[in-house]
Ligand binder design. Structure first.
Ligand SMILES: Cc1cc2nc3c(=O)[nH]c(=O)nc-3n(C[C@H](O)[C@H](O)[C@H](O)COP(=O)(O)OP(=O)(O)OC[C@H]3O[C@@H](n4cnc5c(N)ncnc54)[C@H](O)[C@@H]3O)c2cc1C
Ligand code: SF4
Ligand code: SF4
Ligand code: SF4
Length: 385
């Protein structure tokens, strides 16, 4: 039966929970807000299935992708609502058009993040855009299996470890399955997110939250903003000013498995990987209108076929061009146990904003440098247009 010796050995994919024939594994939230499986040993029949499906115990092998592209959705509005170039929407719409089902992460009614599915184009909007919080996978793998057994096409999107978990859970290839992961920096704690939602809420007026965007492009893709929309107000900051994003990017509250990720370097088994094509201004400056460009890595013939059937504008690139500005493709963030535990100590005693600010303080000189770089980038892009 599954026994977690160290928290870095569980990515929280819940493949074990969903595969257990006795349904005797539950997920429990730890003090940092992450879910871990716990076996009811009195009901366990020691069948070993939970260990067989675990993607951390059985990691995949890394390989070089078959092809790499810079990708842009032709519809500007879709690109604006997406985190990078809108590649997810293009793939998802094509699967839906053939009567398929699309799985991904969306906000639940309490603004936590959950995995769910949609069978309609309207339903896609909720999945669009990155949510920088670990999603609860729930029973998404079992639901996907049911659709696949019915002969439906399924697009399953998620973190590389969620895709590895799905592949091991299914234990066989289905013709109708297309899997899409993304270059993954790591997933933040749902507890920290809950605390942040409370902390940013305006103190007066109508405080009903109507929308959250981690990648608001109103001021451009390079200088994206984090925006909370309420009935009559909104709170919006550049990502480098937003305390939660600064804490996320400084790796203060990622899941322990993210510091030793078992699904790096294209080893998840996904058909396709998407990401932000950071550095596009150096690689293909003619594509960079500051509206967002995706990179797409192709790993399998099914992935290549799926790309041929969609209206994305694709520009051939090399793996080196993608990885040089996106180290998360190959490397896990460096863990600093001392900073991480200091963060959770501060979270408990001083609150989330103060904890993030204290541990991500940036000198005035660095801020000035960032501002100058961002202005120079804007001028360059304008001259190139
Ligand atoms: C936690 C996280 C870390 C990331 N780290 C990097 C990185 O280091 N480098 C990089 O280039 N790109 C990273 N990305 C991916 C990037 O932000 C974009 O999602 C990607 O460029 C695709 O954008 P798009 O415009 O094609 O589609 P979008 O519409 O933006 O794509 C949304 C897709 O992401 C899925 N998704 C959103 N939030 C989650 C979540 N919490 N858990 C699982 N799936 C989710 C949705 O289901 C959908 O499939 C990360 C995304 C997330 C969620
Ligand atoms: S060994 Fe079998 S019964 Fe026991 S927890 Fe694992 S899957 Fe469930
Ligand atoms: S990584 Fe997934 S399958 Fe393995 S123990 Fe954790 S939740 Fe279970
Ligand atoms: S960094 Fe690795 S372990 Fe963490 S969420 Fe991403 S794929 Fe999973």
């Amino acid at each position: 039966m599954i026994l977690i010796q160290h928290k870095s050995q569980c990515c929280g994919c819940a493949a074990c929970v969903q595969r257990c024939p006795r349904q005797c594994i539950l997920l429990e939230e730890d003090t940092e807000g992450f879910l871990y499986p716990k076996v009811d040993v009195s009901r366990c029949i020691d069948c070993g299935l939970c260990e067989k499906v675990c993607p951390v115990l059985h990691p995949g092998t890394s390989h070089a992708p078959q092809a790499c592209y810079a990708a842009l959705h032709p519809d500007k509005q879709i690109r604006e609502a997406s985190s990078s170039g809108g590649s997810f929407t293009a793939l998802a719409a094509s699967v839906l058009a053939s009567g398929g089902v699309v799985f991904g992460a969306r906000f639940a009614s309490d603004w936590s993040v959950e995995h769910a599915y949609t069978e309609t184009l309207e339903g896609l909007a909720a999945f669009r855009g990155s949510k920088y919080v670990q999603s609860r996978i729930g029973s998404a793998y079992s639901q996907a299996e049911t659709f696949l057994k019915q002969g439906r096409r399924v697009l399953f999107t998620g973190t590389p470890c969620q895709i590895s978990g799905l592949r091991r859970f299914l234990r066989k290839d289905y013709e109708g399955l297309l899997t899409l992961d993304f270059i993954c920096h790591g997933v933040p704690s749902p507890l920290v997110w809950r605390r942040y939602l409370q902390a940013v809420r305006p103190s007066s007026g109508d405080t009903s939250l109507r929308g959250v965007s981690f990648r608001d492009k109103e001021h451009g893709w390079h200088s994206y903003r984090v925006t909370f929309r309420y009935d009559h107000a909104s709170v919006s900051r550049y990502f480098y000013e937003d305390p939660y994003m600064r804490g996320f990017l400084a790796d203060l509250f990622l899941r322990p498995s993210c510091y030793a990720c078992a699904a790096k370097s294209c080893s998840s088994g996904a058909d396709l990987t998407m990401g932000d094509f950071w550095g596009i201004e150096h690689v293909h400056p003619e594509l960079d209108d500051d509206g967002g460009v995706s990179c797409i890595l192709v790993h399998t013939p099914s992935g290549a076929r799926a790309l041929q059937q969609i209206p994305l504008q694709l520009n051939s690139s090399t793996y080196q061009e993608v990885v040089q500005y996106n180290p998360a493709l190959e490397h896990s963030p460096k863990a600093s146990a001392a900073r991480r535990s200091r963060f959770f100590e501060l979270l408990a005693h001083q609150g989330v904003i103060s904890a993030c600010e204290e541990l991500t303080r940036v000198s005035v000189a660095k801020r000035l440098l960032k501002l100058i770089r961002s202005l120079l980038g804007k001028v360059r892009r304008r001259l190139l247009r």
